[in-house]
Design a protein around this ligand. Structure first.
Ligand SMILES: Nc1ncnc2c1ncn2[C@@H]1O[C@H](COP(=O)(O)OP(=O)(O)OP(=O)(O)O)[C@@H](O)[C@H]1O
Ligand SMILES: [Mg+2]
Length: 270
């Protein structure tokens, strides 16, 4: 379970470039609950993922993983517990290295240098078995450089690598956005399968309303560094794309008013 408690992050504080990226983000991710984060550009979605991964420390607030305070842990120390896939299918893998070599690196993640499996027969068999489950025929190309694969094939492998060591948390930042529609659908399907099978606490940032309503168990909507909507359980099952769009409009319209006026309107209409 991942608990995010009131985290704040301001970039370039006290300068003309100051950006209040997170202004009190608060939510709990239970194991096995697949959560999507949606929200306008710059609303803080990637910043939340970066704070969880340890790319930087939040200015305030705490992050607990299974009750342990990891707020000040460096990124490498969290790597054994956190799997991550980015938008760019070329990030996260080494192009000149083979599929098998890339996977062996993923198998050694979070371990001390020199530890972890070598690329022997047994390891190769284990790799082939799991790559076969992707149903892309890549098990026959384990010795090919990963750079020779398509973006979709590469992203499917990145997903497999990110979850190889059964992390507690999986972070996906628009990981299907750069793929063609067919590959995006395939990677989305694999994502749902892996999260369900491994019972991961997963956070997926997406701009696809279709993905948001169909894939996860829960949807968080962010705006200006805060979570402004949280659809879960029955509410999530009932929500449709037009409802999300209406919620976006409601949130952005609120900005036309000063805060007290918006609060007054809310009392009147809710
Ligand atoms: N490393 C950084 N340095 C300075 N500013 C940053 C940094 N990372 C993010 N920001 C700023 O913080 C705000 C939130 O950015 P973030 O990347 O979290 O948005 P996002 O919701 O992921 O947007 P998008 O949908 O465009 O990916 C933005 O104004 C962004 O410019
Ligand atoms: Mg982003």
């Amino acid at each position: 379970m991942l608990e995010i408690k009131n985290i704040h992050k301001t970039f370039f504080p006290g300068t003309v470039n100051e950006v209040k990226a997170l202004q009190g983000v608060d939510f709990t991710l239970e194991d096995g609950v697949f959560t999507a984060i949606i929200g306008t550009n710059g609303s803080g979605k990637s910043t939340v993922l970066n704070a969880v991964a340890g790319t930087f420390e939040p200015d305030a607030g705490t992050i607990l993983l299974d009750g342990r305070d990891i707020t000040h842990w460096p990124e490498f120390r969290r790597a054994a517990f956190i799997g991550r896939v980015f938008q760019n299918p070329f990030a996260g893998t080494a192009a000149e290295m083979s599929i098998a070599e890339n996977i062996v690196m993923a198998m050694r993640r979070g371990k001390r240098r020199g530890l972890g499996p070598a690329l022997g027969r047994r390891t190769l068999d284990e790799i082939a078995d799991r790559v076969r489950e992707l149903k892309m025929g890549l098990e026959d190309r384990l010795h090919n450089p990963i750079g020779t694969l398509s973006g979709g094939q590469r992203q499917a492998l990145t997903l497999l690598m990110a979850t190889w060591l059964r992390p507690k948390v999986l972070l996906l930042d628009e990981h299907t956005a750069a793929l063609d529609p067919k590959s995006a659908a395939k990677v989305a399907e694999l994502t749902s399968e892996i999260i369900a099978r491994e019972k991961l606490a997963a956070l997926m940032v997406t701009h696809s309303m279709q993905q948001a309503v169909t894939m996860p168990d829960r949807i968080l909507m962010m705006h200006r560094g805060r979570v402004v909507e949280d659809y879960r359980d029955e509410m999530k099952r009932r929500v449709r794309i037009p409802d999300l769009i209406e919620a976006f409009n409601r949130v952005t319209k609120r900005e036309l008013f000063t805060e007290p006026a918006a609060a007054m309107l809310e009392r009147q209409y809710l």
